[in-house]
Ligand binder design. Structure first.
Ligand code: OGA
Ligand code: NI
Length: 363
């Protein structure tokens, strides 16, 4: 997620002083908005690299979580090998039968929608200054320095090891505490499966990444209807920074993944999560599981919300490739000798100063 996965609009040191920063939501709700302000228009329209629907015989993998946690060894074995294939071939998959109740998913979406419905004044109390501020509300990527704005507003909260959440709207904090508690368990189980799928023991990632004190971030991206969706960008191509991201979305399309040289649409499946591999998993797997490149486009009809939950190592973990996966010949990832906190800062500052595509920032 973008906290975690800075995006790539061109940046300049400071936006022009006359430019008043408005949220995408406020802008979208202003009457008679027939075209987007010029600072939202990307010079390379996304229409230049239109996404396709997945092929019939090569569609986005679906992983059944109930099989992955099955006590039947054959079922579990098959699920682990499906997981290996999904991570290696796509870096993204749909997760079904994950055990998180539909009512809880809906309550989470509603609570976060409720946050974006607060007044700008209220929301702006959470304008963070630093990457590691525990709660950040904003628009675009970093509106104070972005030269071209993204058509999205966002809220980001560190939810583990310590839980942070705005006090409003009423009840949101309880809903998100419960939801992120469920996702923490889910992520931990998934990482066991991922660990096994790499031929490591089920507890390898848990231990090597210090998952007990994992940095977990819950974010919400709001993409209001946009009058010129072909010119605007929701989130440009990027990879996420952690180990895995588990994303929930309302039933509006917009997410795309780079696969086989093309952008492929990741259309929502009701009640399923979208899970993608991220940078730290690429490093620890020695490049076996690449960090998935993805982006989000906008539409002119309906508000889309996406709610990514990122699980990383603990902030002080220096992630290195698992020894068993380093064979001397195929050493694809480098030992970066940076702890996770430094990696986050490094990735963010590189993007801000150079406007690089984040996947190029990945080492
Ligand atoms: C992110 C992200 C995708 C989406 O927040 O990092 O990739 O569909 N979001 O909004
Ligand atoms: Ni992302």
């Amino acid at each position: 997620m973008d906290t975690v996965s800075p995006v790539a609009p061109p940046h300049q040191e400071a936006s022009s002083p006359q430019l008043k920063i408005t949220s995408a939501k406020t802008l979208a709700e202003s009457t008679n908005l027939a075209s987007i302000p010029s600072h939202y228009a990307f010079t390379t329209p996304t229409s230049g690299d239109q996404a396709v629907h997945p092929d019939h015989d090569d569609s986005i993998p679906v992983i059944d979580f109930s099989l992955l946690s099955s006590s039947n060894p054959d079922q579990r074995c098959k699920a682990v090998s499906d997981l290996a294939k999904a991570c290696e071939d796509w870096g993204i998959f749909m997760l079904i039968n994950h055990g998180v109740p539909e009512s809880q998913m809906k309550a989470t979406v509603d609570a976060l929608m409720g946050f974006f419905d607060l007044t700008e004044e209220r929301k702006n109390e959470f304008q963070g200054k630093h990457l590691l501020d525990p709660i950040i509300y904003g628009t675009s990527f970093r509106a104070s320095v972005d030269k071209v704005f993204l058509w999205r507003d966002f809220l980001k909260m560190m939810v583990y090891p310590k839980f942070h959440c705005p006090p409003e709207p009423e009840g949101m904090s309880e809903v998100l505490a419960e939801y992120t508690g469920k996702l923490r368990k889910l992520a931990r189980e998934l990482l066991k499966g991922v660990s096994e799928s790499l031929g490591l023991g089920p507890g390898y990632i848990d231990e090597a990444m210090n998952i007990d004190s994992s940095l977990q971030i819950l974010a919400a991206n709001l993409y209001p209807p946009c009058p010129q969706p072909e010119l605007a960008v929701g989130l440009p191509s990027h990879s996420d920074i952690g180990l895995l991201t588990i994303l929930m979305q309302n039933d509006i399309s917009g997410l795309q993944v780079h696969h086989g040289g093309k952008w492929v649409k990741v259309d929502p499946i009701p009640n399923a999560f979208v899970v993608n591999t991220a940078d730290q998993l690429e490093i620890m797997s020695n490049g076996k599981y690449k960090s998935a490149l993805h982006r989000a486009i906008v539409n002119n009809k309906t508000t889309r919300i996406s709610i990514p939950f990122s699980t990383g190592p603990s902030l002080d973990t220096v992630v290195v490739p698992a020894e068993q996966l380093v064979d001397g010949k195929h050493n694809q990832a480098t030992d970066i000798s940076m702890n996770y906190k430094e990696y986050m800062e490094f990735k963010q500052s590189t993007v801000l100063h150079k406007g690089l595509c984040p996947n190029q920032v990945k080492i």
